[in-house]
Write a protein that binds this ligand. Sequence first.
Ligand code: AMP
Length: 418
Amino acid sequence: MTFQDFNFDEQLLEGVLSMGYNTPTPIQSLAIPAIMNGDDLIACAQTGTGKTASYLLPVLDNICKTHNHHTTALVLAPTRELAQQIDQQVEGLAYFSGVSSQAVFGGGDGMAYEQQRRGIQNNVNILIATPGRLIAHLTSGVLKLNQITHLVLDEADRMLDMGFHDDIMRIVGYLPKKRQTLLFSATMPQRIRKLANAILHNPQQINIAISQPAAGIDQQIYRLHDQQKTPLLKHILKQGYQSAIVFASRKEIVKSLYKELKAANVNTAAFHSDLEQKEREEILLRFKNRQLPVIIGTDALSRGIDVEGIDLVVNYDVPPDPEDYVHRIGRTARAATTGTAITFVNNRDLRRLKTIEQLIERPINEKELPGDLKAIEPAKETRPERSGGDHKKGGRRNDRRYGKKKHTKPAGGDNKSA
Ligand code: AMP
């Protein structure tokens, strides 16, 4: 399948090709025709699968073909970072067709608020918003959503995790009943199904296997003691990686690690929830522009941060939620490139490692500690056996960049990933 097969508006197609997209990803091949057909859609797909373009393209195509000058599409996203990234993707894809968009999110200064307000008043075609800030504009009376024909919930599971359920329902109350609703989520727990039942109408369903990291990622673990972690990290960062993210589960660890790396002359920044919005944006910009080779961050960084060319992800500890492991390492090897993901595992984290291996359906390659670090006896406890699956090299591996399993079926059926 090619992008020409969708019969997109010509200028939109020009935008797609200028972004360097040649072949639709699996989620795009499945979602685009369904959305163009006017169906509601519930799609289980993580970042890195091309899910953003899978809903933006049919929405943009509709706007191009109807030549409308109203706000007809609303995308809700959990964080300002994601909202901004979606907005940037609209800008790229719509470069030749002139469809307008505005990201609406909280936390900025008065100027940012004013700019958002002006965008809203100018009837941009697409609004991309975090729920809280959108409600502020709705209640101030600036914003009317009575012409919305397309509602997208992106990273719906994350929005519910962040407590946006009531805000979402409130926003939906402002929208016309006759609309197309598209829900994207990396996971499909029961509460997402409930939300879908409440706001979607007879949706098509698409399931792109969520738990399989990109095939281009070389996943490795080191078994070690806590005191070996920082020396090993310094050693790894000297291996010539261009762009690296180091994840730690708590911001206290991020902060102290930042100090230690700085003292070792590593050009790095710490990214965590105590920073101002402006500081976070500045760090991400420097990272994207390759002025900053290393970021240390909590899981706040792990979802939705779309930076190409990250060649190393280090998990300073094993994330408690195996899905977070997939999200963290998904920051590398994006859009069919390659990358390395290294996880530090102490004895306490062995059980977590086992759950991750079960989720990704393969054992992770264990590396030997380098030279000096071998002086301390590595972690001794034996790794618990994984239950089920194939332990042999390769096992049931993931051999597709964008997920391996998919199906469409009408609403109301059972769903294995629920
Ligand atoms: P997403 O899953 O939407 O976060 O997209 C992940 C990355 O893949 C983004 O950098 C997109 O620009 C890129 N991308 C999306 N669709 C394609 C495609 N068909 N071909 C190549 N890259 C793509």
